[in-house]
Design a protein around this ligand. Structure first.
Ligand code: FEO
Ligand code: CA
Ligand code: CA
Length: 629
């Protein structure tokens, strides 16, 4: 393994360490100095037909309303840099579930840490995407545990000491997904310990593989010659929900779990594109041969998918839906085409990778059969044009040059490269509005959109700036929005604009000042999590630099903001504790409570004193009991 600090880094920070970004270039500085802010907006964001159709106010002066909060039912909060959560006046919050909290009465008591025994009976670490389901009068939250911090979970291990078998078992148990019932108690929402719905799904949970890649030789291993049965789901990042009440969990940085005990091993074809190499983050390969690519080269082909989980049936095996493609899945945003086909929008969170759409062959009707809706369909990749239009390009064997749908499902990145998909600045969450015929994708940042650099596929377009990703050294991020032709998410054409370009209007120059709906009062960086509420308002969560210095001065801690889709106004609603990322948002059945995830907090949040920091889900509500989403 490389000599790197694997202790308590976020996954993004870890990735940055092992694949460092280049320093900014002269070209970068020239571009920064030569574009005036308004001139930049006028050129890059000059809408063609898209603007006329959307009729939205990206470029409108929105400062006054955004700063007074007149457009929002709350007074926007200022930035904070402390180790606490802040919400607007008239709102309150409390923790609902912390890493280490019991889901079952037999769980060990958390004592500023825990051992391997019972580590599969507690709420896992580093909460991420989540969805709440109302099931027969119960409220059940399915929630991801994206990754673990070994230095926190195994504090005695010390740096660069290989973990023991028990350590690895503990780390495996703290990952994955929790399904838990929550209910109102005397102190607000709390976990219903021992609820029949409660379940932990981790790196050793049996699940099945469905869709075009199921049974393919590239998915066959010595433990599973059928290529249809697999243990575990990993690096579960964002979430989604189906129209039929199941949970979708998305395998993101799965590459980091596989290593090679043979340092000279020649990597199998396709591994480099996905970042699978000899190094691993957790040394699983020392104790489990299936994580050793020298022993089981096909095991890594069984990860990188979207997994469907039935929160109503704790005994149902999760199913990996390979028809939705294999890449670093951020989340899954499902909607319907006009003709009833199922549409799923998805992002691949890596610099210079792509946005995708899946369209089923069959149609969905409420209460009707759902068999095959996520197994039989077509994948598309997004191409954006400079004139404000774009299209979803089908990933067919003919277009990609690949043998069959199975290969497209396994090597989806290569398929999208083959059709010339537009390289993006790390597509994170996508959200579809139920109010307006439009969808949004957070493009969180890209430290390497510099000429001469390209993605791992070596795409000819490389990292040269393009119209939806217009900035060199994009450390702030932007949100792209598209409206499908004919207001039909099944249509292949769309119009697009940038809903917001994050930036710093105080210290940023040119395009780095951000779009007009970014003000001194609402500025933020690195949009990541996103949900659209029942009124069509866009809730934006950030996972960026919270140093509050230099280009980030005035932005404070990571936060959650609310954006108006029509006026473009954006207001800050919540500030997370220092060191944390705010990620994951869902609402109670009556929409009076928002559940919000706080991942990798710093300090000793939320317990204080000498306590370890504990990633947690919090509940936020309006004190007068009104709905908030
Ligand atoms: Fe797990 Fe792309 O965030
Ligand atoms: Ca994310
Ligand atoms: Ca992120």
């Amino acid at each position: 393994m490389k000599d790197i600090d694997r202790s308590d880094l976020s996954w993004d920070d870890w990735d940055e360490q092992i694949r460092p970004a280049p320093e900014s270039t002269d070209f970068d500085r020239v571009v920064e100095a030569s574009f005036s802010r308004r001139g930049f907006l006028g050129s890059v964001l000059a809408f063609g037909s898209g603007a006329a159709v959307m009729g939205t106010g990206l470029l409108r002066g929105t400062t006054a309303l955004a700063e007074t909060g007149a457009a929002f039912p709350f007074n926007p909060i200022p930035i904070f840099t402390d180790n606490d959560v802040h919400v607007p006046e008239g709102y309150s919050w409390q923790t609902v579930a912390r890493w280490g909290d019991p889901l079952f009465s037999g769980a060990p008591t958390f004592d500023n840490g825990h051992g391997v025994d019972g580590s599969d009976l507690i709420f896992g670490e580093n909460t991420d995407g989540m969805e709440l389901f109302a099931i027969d009068g119960a409220e059940v939250i399915a929630i991801n545990h994206e990754y673990v911090n070994p230095a926190i979970n195994i504090p005695d291990r010390g740096e660069d000491v290989p973990p023991t078998a028990d350590d690895v078992a503990t780390l495996m148990n703290l990952h994955g997904v929790t399904v838990m019932e929550v209910a109102r108690g005397t102190n607000g929402y709390e976990v219903v310990v021992d609820s029949p719905f409660n379940r932990r799904i981790h790196h050793n949970t049996p699940m099945t593989i469905a869709g075009p890649a199921a049974g393919h030789p590239l998915l066959q291993t010595s433990a599973d010659p059928s290529g249809t049965q697999v243990l575990g789901t990993m690096n579960n990042c964002g979430s989604g929900r189906t129209l039929w009440g199941t949970y979708l969990t998305c395998e993101e940085n799965f590459n980091g779990y596989f290593g090679s005990t043979d340092p000279e091993l020649e990597l199998p074809e396709g591994f480099a594109r996905y970042g699978i190499d000899h190094d691993s983050r957790y040394a699983y390969e020392l104790y489990h041969s299936r994580y050793d690519i020298a022993a089981e080269p096909n095991e890594a082909n069984r990860f990188g998918y979207i997994v469907e989980i039935d929160p109503a049936d704790p005994n149902a095996a999760p199913v990996k839906r390979t028809a939705l493609g294999r890449f670093k899945h951020e989340n899954a945003a499902m909607t319907l085409a006009t003709d009833g086909r199922v549409v799923v929008y998805m992002g691949d969170d890596e610099r210079g990778e792509f946005m995708y759409r899946y369209v089923s062959n069959g149609t969905y009707s409420e209460g009707g059969p759902t068999e095959g809706l996520l197994d039989d369909g077509t994948l598309y990749a997004a191409v954006f044009h400079d004139d404000g239009t774009g299209e979803w390009v089908e990933l067919s064997p003919e277009a990609t040059g690949m043998d069959d749908p199975a290969m497209i499902s396994i090597h989806t990145r290569q398929a999208a490269s083959a059709v010339g998909a537009t390289t993006m600045d790390r597509p994170e969450w996508i959200a579809v509005s139920g109010v307006h015929p439009e969808a949004y994708c957070c493009l969180t940042n890209n430290s390497r959109r510099i000429d001469g650099f390209t993605n791992a596929g070596g795409d000819p377009a490389g990292y040269a700036p393009n119209s939806p990703n217009p900035r060199i050294d994009n450390h702030y991020g932007q949100i792209v929005r598209w409206r499908p032709a004919g207001a039909d998410h099944g249509a292949d054409g769309f119009d697009w604009d940038l809903y917001v370009m994050a930036g710093n209007p105080v210290v940023g120059m040119g395009p780095y000042a951000g779009s007009e709906n970014v003000t001194e009062g609402n500025m933020f960086n690195s949009p990541d999590g996103m949900q659209i509420d029942s009124a069509g308002m866009v809730w934006i969560q950030t996972d960026g630099d919270d140093s509050n210095e230099g280009p980030y001065a005035g932005m404070g801690n990571n936060q959650m903001l609310v954006g108006d889709p029509v006026t473009g106004e954006i207001a800050r609603f919540l500030s997370g504790p220092s060191g944390s990322e705010v990620t994951g948002l869902t609402w109670s059945a009556d929409r009076t409570v928002a559940f919000v995830g706080i991942q990798h907090p710093g300090g000793s949040w939320p317990d204080g004193g000498d306590a370890l920091p504990r990633s947690s889900v919090i509940a936020v509500w309006r004190e007068d009991g009104a709905t908030i989403g």
